[in-house]
Each structure stands twice: as C-alpha cells, then as structure tokens.
Ligand binder design. Structure first.
Ligand SMILES: [Zn+2]
Length: 266
C-alpha cells in the first residue's frame, strides 16, 4: 500500500495537507485554526492571534492546545495577554471551533489581539505517553475496539471479545512493545484510500478522525501498530515507560475492559 504525504516527525516537516478547521468570523469570512499539535506533538508554546471570543472562551488562528476528542481530554495551560497570564482550564472542539476555556470570571482577549499560548506540559506529556500506550495495547489484543478513554494517570480500552485475558501476561506484552522502542511516524491518506483499506480501522464504535481537507492521518509505531488517529503521541514507544494492567473487567458477554496505569502508580 502506498502512503502519500509521508511525514517523519523527527524532522518536524509535514508534506501532507495541514488539518485546518473553518470558522466564520464576524464579517462572514472563513477563518482557520491551524492545529500545530497534529504535526508536532512536542510544541509547548505558540504565538497566536485571537479570531473569535465569547463569554470565558476564545479561538485563535493557530494553537498547540489539543481539544477533547477521540477519548483524549482537552489540554490545559496558560494564555499571556498584554503581559498578564491567565489559566486555560480546558480546550473543547464545539461547532467546528477550538474553544480555549478560561477560568470562570476571566474575560477573554479581544478579537485581533496577539497572545502566547503555553501548555501544561507535564500533564500533556503524560497524556501523550498514556495515549501512545493505548496503541501498544491495541497491538497486544487481537480484537476490535469498542470504546476507550485516556487521562494522565490511567487509560482504558474496551475490546469486542469473549476470551479471557490474563492481566500479568498482558502487562508483559505491553512492556515488551514499550521496550522495543517502536518509532512514531505519521502518514496521510485520502478518505477514499482508507475506505479501500477498512482493516486499518480498529475502533468499531467511532469512525476514524476526518477533516475538511478529505485527508486522514495514520499513526504508525514501527512494526507494532498502524491506524488512523487524531491524538497526540510520543516519538517512540520507549518514552511511554513501564506500565501495568491494573484491571480487566468483563463488561457484558462480548466486552473486555482493560485498564492500564503507569507502573509507579498505586
Ligand atoms: Zn493515537
């Protein structure tokens, strides 16, 4: 299979089309938020121009903040406006907009203002490690995924299967793939190419992430895993660190829920 728009994230260069989201400004013009985290998950800060604001939220022309989606929560961090730092408590993707949410009572910056956005990097990096660990989990369990969620301390995937999974064996499998240090690479394919390769899609309940450009991003970890994904990942599986399967729950006849934590967790 030929994968056009190959991207080697270590060079920070993307040949595929950037994902942009169209929003309409006050005058009815379409404006875009460039999602910088799609091509480089390690960007912690960026300058940006405010293109929409309301109540305690604002949108910008480009951002390093990942908005909640695909089981991964929205980023938190700070915005610097006229030398004053305000907390960003969440980032939501609503009605085609990336809404950077400020604390209750904080007024958003005005449209046209230049601001600096800074991530709570410690939290984001844990999310990247945990999210990437879910790719290793996918590679370790031969079944379709029916759901999942990720946070900075733990993550889970639900698998469509009836077989019994062994906690210790799965922990060993996971850590083996972590230790094998599979390198991340990103590839872009068209919606049509994805439709012709349905085996790539592991999630059964939700479709792959799509965008207005008609391109889908494939996330590959070396020989371990390849699937469409819109989240943020570490550059190699070794960065995930040691993990542990905390619990395997039987959720109905055809559903096994696997909960994973970092090994230093209780
Ligand atoms: Zn992913």
């Amino acid at each position: 299979m030929v994968l056009p728009g190959y991207n080697d994230i270590s060079t920070g260069f993307v040949t595929g089309k950037l994902i942009c989201v169209q929003i309409v400004d006050n005058l009815g013009f379409y404006m875009s938020t460039e999602e910088l985290f799609r091509k480089d998950g390690y960007l912690r800060e960026c300058q940006a121009k405010v293109i929409a604001s309301s109540d305690n939220a604002f949108c910008v022309d480009q951002t390093v903040f990942y908005p909640n989606g695909g089981g991964q929560p929205g980023d938190s961090g700070y915005v610097l406006v006229d030398g004053v730092r305000h907390a960003i408590v969440d980032c939501h993707f609503v009605d085609g907009q990336h809404r950077h949410i400020l604390e209750e009572g904080v007024l958003p910056p005005d449209i046209g203002q230049e601001v600096i956005l800074t991530l709570d990097w410690e939290r984001r990096y844990r999310l990247m490690r945990m999210h990437s660990c879910m790719h290793m989990l996918c590679a370790s369990v031969p079944a379709g995924v029916t759901g999942g969620s990720i946070n900075e301390d733990r993550a889970r995937l639900d698998f469509d299967m009836q077989d019994v999974l062994d906690k210790d064996e799965l922990t060993r499998e996971l850590n083996k793939r972590v230790d094998e240090n599979h390198i991340l690479s990103l590839h872009w394919i068209t919606d049509a190419e994805l439709e012709n390769n349905p085996d790539l899609v592991r999630t059964m309940s939700v479709g792959p992430p799509k965008n207005s450009s008609g391109m889908v991003r494939l996330v590959q970890f070396g020989t371990a895993d390849l699937q469409p994904c819109g989240g943020t990942h570490v550059n190699s599986s070794g960065e995930i660190g040691k993990v542990r399967v905390k619990k395997i729950e039987k959720k109905g006849k055809h559903n096994r829920r696997v909960i994973v934590v970092f090994d230093d967790a209780e």
